[in-house]
Design a protein around this ligand. Structure first.
Ligand code: ADP
Ligand code: ZN
Length: 632
């Protein structure tokens, strides 16, 4: 492969017409490096798989080439809300795009069919099951189908976290459309999923493109859970008037936490699969329309949420695996502006998940499912990875990337965007000694007790159980009495997370030492323990996105009041047009306006994210708002 020319390059470049389309239609002056490669592959009619994190700019990779090549590009997408969003956005940019879904009236569908017959569309969004309906592909070919793009392609793989049986049918595509280029897109990066996608779709010598998985604009923090409502309130205090999602494990947790937060004056709504569909729809709509900023939810609130200015994602308990964590936190900061992800966890989460996983494996086995044993091992392994991530003290960006098989280049002073590198987690000065005390206490009590009792022994508690067991006579009794129960408990969890202590399978979460734990206890292996400290939240008057964008593009700092005024205008326009506000302009574009304060249509057109159609449609209103603001 020859290296592509620099973005934005040179005369005679085959990409030149493409860059022109990108500039005029979407208002971007240059392509990101993998976009360049993906679009080349699309234009050359090659199969491809592009793996890029959320917010990386995958959609442009099939949208822009679709405008340039003759005929129709079909985009397969798993959710109607995702299709609706993209179609709305494309139409705002003046692109002839449509979708065919079961949610449409038959008259609407007929209209789309007519457009197809006339060859009036460049992009058509459909669900996998519709695409594979008998005869449909053949008709599309009759309408000049020139390529198929498959979004959220990991849905085809059992190994992914979001397998959808309808996606499996896409395996037939290659046979039914032997000559058609197929391009697949996903944000899920494990090697196994990647290979599975290519195999399931029978991609032919696909151009494999894997972007970096790091999301440098996200700041990760992981803290032991104490008083969750207060802890979440602490996060919210850093994000006044900003959008965010708080994930809880169970519906009852959602109800409880959202009630508690409301009692504390937080405007938020609960969301989980047990609520009335009408209420769920209302909440989702209000969130998309920027009428509501905080949603407390189970993971049922997720895939259809495309709001790009989500500034924080909180997890109230441990997610099921690193893939899930990465997917769920990935909903923050899709616009590339800074966002924060905070995970609160406790040892109970680990056991809760394990019980659940084992329970469903037993059910699967009883139901005669093959591979139930392997699936169980797999699920337990994932769980232990995410537990290690939470309790470990490796740079979070690094740990996440390593999980997906990517090594981040080391940076002096760390990543600057996680609790570990920001020095919010303090190393316990005599961590080795503390670890030895904990481990020998586990041994002295016969490796027959759970974390609660071991903590009590170490702290010298006078409990009924202590009298019964006689553990108050042990040499390890009261060895850590000067430390709080939470602290001791956190150290036990860290030792579990680092693999030095193990938790027995079975009814009781009994602690016992691993081989490495024995070595640590004997002083033959080094170990570090950490005392988490709470991040500072005071003194952040300016909102994070506004602050960051000032430094980012070498622009003067955006005027916060003007930015707020432009957001308001955007909301009014969005309401009139019946689309979500970010479809009108995203925050980045508004921030750029608030910093550059364009005065003429030409200056306005030069704003990143403003294409020809939007400049004509929206320029006058926004220019007027900027002018008025200047006079106020
Ligand atoms: P993904 O589908 O990978 O999650 P999107 O396609 O939604 O990402 O793009 C994320 C954001 O990046 C969008 O706001 C989009 O407008 C913006 N974007 C995409 N490509 C470019 C580019 N070349 N220059 C500037 N912004 C871009
Ligand atoms: Zn870091």
């Amino acid at each position: 492969m020859s290296p592509g020319p620099e973005p934005g390059a040179v005369l005679g470049d085959p990409l030149a017409p493409l860059l022109e389309v990108v500039r005029r239609t979407f208002g971007f002056e240059e392509l990101r490096p993998l976009q360049d490669r993906a679009m080349r592959a699309a234009l050359e009619g090659r199969d491809a798989l592009l793996v890029m994190p959320t917010g990386g700019g995958k959609s442009l990779c099939y949208q822009a080439p679709a405008l340039l090549r003759p005929g129709l590009t079909v985009v397969v997408s798993p959710l109607i809300s995702l299709m609706q969003d993209q179609v709305d956005a494309l139409r705002e940019d003046g692109v002839p795009a449509e979708m065919l879904t079961s949610a449409q009236e038959s008259s609407e569908r007929r209209e789309v069919e007519r457009d197809l017959e006339r060859g009036a569309l460049k992009l058509l969004y459909v669900s996998p099951e519709r695409l594979m309906t008998s005869g449909f592909l053949e008709r599309l070919e009759g309408f000049g189908l020139s390529g198929v793009a498959i979004d959220e392609a990991h849905c085809i793989s059992h190994w992914g976290h979001d397998f959808r049986p309808e996606y499996r049918e896409l395996g037939e595509l290659r046979r039914r459309l032997p000559g058609m280029p197929i391009q697949a897109y996903t944000a899920t990066a494990t090697q196994r999923v990647r290979e599975d996608i290519a195999a399931q779709l029978s991609l032919r010598e696909p151009e494999m493109m894997v972007g970096s998985f790091d999301r440098p604009n996200l700041t990760y923090r992981v803290l032991p859970r104490r008083d969750l409502a207060s802890q979440v309130e602490g996060v919210l205090s850093r994000h006044a008037q900003e959008a965010g999602i708080v994930y809880c494990l169970r519906r009852s947790d959602v109800e409880e936490l959202s009630a508690e937060l409301r009692a504390r004056g937080v405007r938020c709504e609960p969301y989980h699969a047990g609520l009335e569909p009408s209420q769920r729809k209302r909440t989702q709509r209000a969130f998309q329309a920027e009428d509501l900023d905080v949603v407390v939810a189970t993971v049922a609130f997720g895939m259809g949420i495309d709001r790009p200015d989500v500034r924080f994602v909180v997890h109230g308990s441990l997610p099921k695996g690193v893939e899930q964590y990465s997917q769920e936190t990935g909903r923050a900061g899709r616009d590339g502006l800074p966002a924060e992800c905070v995970l609160f966890y406790g040892g109970a989460d680990f056991h809760g998940w394990r019980n659940l996983i084992e329970h469903s494996a037993r059910e699967a086995q009883a139901g005669g499912v093959q591979d139930a044993g392997a699936d169980l091992q797999d699920a337990l392994e994932r769980l232990s990875h995410v537990w290690n991530l939470a309790t470990g003290a490796l740079c979070r960006h690094r740990a996440l990337c390593e999980y997906f098989g990517e090594t981040l280049p080391g940076r002096e002073g760390g990543c600057g965007a996680c609790d570990v590198c920001l020095g919010e987690i303090q190393r316990v000065a005599d961590g080795e000694v503390v670890a030895q005390k904990v481990l020998s206490c586990v041994v002295k009590t016969g490796q027959r007790f759970g974390a609660a009792h071991v903590t009590d022994v170490l702290r010298g508690a006078r409990t009924e159980k202590m009298r019964q067991t006689g553990h108050d006579a042990l040499s390890t009794y009261g060895l850590l009495k000067e430390h709080g129960a939470r602290e001791v408990r956190a150290w036990i969890e860290q030792l579990v997370g680092q693999g030095h202590l193990r938790v027995a399978d079975g009814e009781y979460p009994i602690l016992f030492l691993s081989k490495s734990g024995v070595e640590v206890m004997r002083g033959e292996r080094s170990v570090a323990l950490f005392a988490p400290v709470v991040p500072k939240s005071k003194g952040e008057k300016t909102r994070s996105a506004v602050r960051a964008s000032a430094t980012e593009e070498g622009l003067p700092p955006p005027d916060q009041a003007l930015f707020d005024r432009l957001r308001e205008l955007r909301r009014e326009i969005a309401r009139d047009r019946g689309v979500p506000p970010y479809i009108v302009f995203n925050d980045r574009t508004l921030l750029s306006m608030a910093a550059r304060r364009p005065r003429t249509p030409e200056e306005f057109r030069a704003t990143k994210g403003v294409g020809d159609k939007k400049a004509a449609d929206l320029g006058p209103a926004f220019l007027a708002a900027i002018r008025e603001h200047g006079m106020a």
